[in-house]
Design a protein around this ligand. Structure first.
Ligand SMILES: NC(=O)c1ccc[n+]([C@@H]2O[C@H](COP(=O)([O-])OP(=O)(O)OC[C@H]3O[C@@H](n4cnc5c(N)ncnc54)[C@H](OP(=O)(O)O)[C@@H]3O)[C@@H](O)[C@H]2O)c1
Length: 252
């Protein structure tokens, strides 16, 4: 049996990934602060293992405890393969550097960068002492490689995630494991994160009007479409470890 662990499955892209995986008969472990009841019902309907863990990913002690528990439980099941989606993310704080407050800066870096590093470290350690292999998908952003005024913290965290992924992939290749790790840039999707972006102020975010127009002109991608393309890539077994995949590589 395959098991998928998805952070941020309560809504948006994470929820869409979870739904698609359940349709593929893959057991799902969801991690976020709130539970998505629809996912639970869908798993029950499909007679599949599903478990939600409540975890605030900005609290490193909680991340360590919850993911030690999750990895212990999954690896005990001797799974055919483990899929780990480090998907949870946050855009705030949106401000010019000099106007930023310390607490939101730290929260952003912890959720977007520190948590995926801690989780990947726990899972690869467990994998090294068992026979199971893991595919890890770190959800990145175009903002990892393109500076966007007002988003300095988010851009920095996602750039760090890209480099962490590339470094880990090199190490796994050197160790000759079957584990793979990729980054995925999902494009601009119609999720709550975009609502947060549109509700920021023009003073703190120069491109505000452009992002409002994306919504008004129907330019935002649906999370279901993006999740479908990503899950197809992961399940086909041909993803190249260390690579960054963009949604535009996967759909026309
Ligand atoms: N939307 C876009 O246009 C876009 C573009 C490029 C990249 N991305 C990336 O795509 C991924 C998914 O984003 P989305 O658009 O689906 O965002 P979203 O709708 O805002 O969902 C964010 C998810 O992250 C979880 N999360 C946030 N903070 C958390 C915390 N402290 N602890 C635990 N979970 C937390 C939320 O769960 P709870 O609130 O229940 O905890 C939620 O499930 C993110 O990594 C984002 O950076 C999005």
């Amino acid at each position: 049996m395959k098991y998928a662990v998805i952070t941020g499955a309560s809504r948006g892209l994470g929820e869409a990934i979870a739904k698609r995986l359940i349709q593929e008969q893959i057991a799902v472990i969801s991690v976020s602060r709130t539970e998505n009841e629809e996912l639970k019902k869908l798993a029950i309907t499909n007679d599949l293992y599903y478990q939600h863990y409540s975890c605030n990913l900005s609290l490193e002690k909680e991340v360590q405890e919850v993911f030690m528990e999750i990895s212990h439980r999954i690896f005990l099941k001797n799974p055919e393969e483990i899929l780990l989606f480090n998907n949870a993310g946050m855009i705030e704080p949106i401000h010019t550097v000099g106007e930023l407050d310390q607490t939101p800066i730290l929260r952003n870096i912890k959720v977007n960068l520190v948590a995926p590093i801690l989780i990947t470290n726990i899972f690869l350690k467990k994998a090294s002492i068992t026979n199971s292999s893991i595919q890890i998908v770190n959800i990145s952003s175009g903002a990892a490689t393109r500076a966007i005024e007002g988003w300095s913290v988010y851009c920095s965290a996602k750039a760090g995630l890209n480099m962490f992924t590339q470094t880990t992939a090199l190490e796994q290749a050197e160790l000759k494991t079957k584990n793979k790790i990729i980054t995925f840039s999902p494009g601009i999707m119609d999720t709550k994160m975009q609502e947060t972006i549109r509700s920021s102020s023009k003073e703190s975010f120069k491109d505000l009007e452009i992002f409002k127009e994306y919504k008004e002109n129907g330019k935002l991608l649906s999370a279901d479409l993006v999740a479908g393309a990503l899950v197809d890539l992961v399940l086909c077994g041909k993803a190249e470890s260390g690579r960054t995949y963009h949604i535009s590589d996967l759909i026309n």
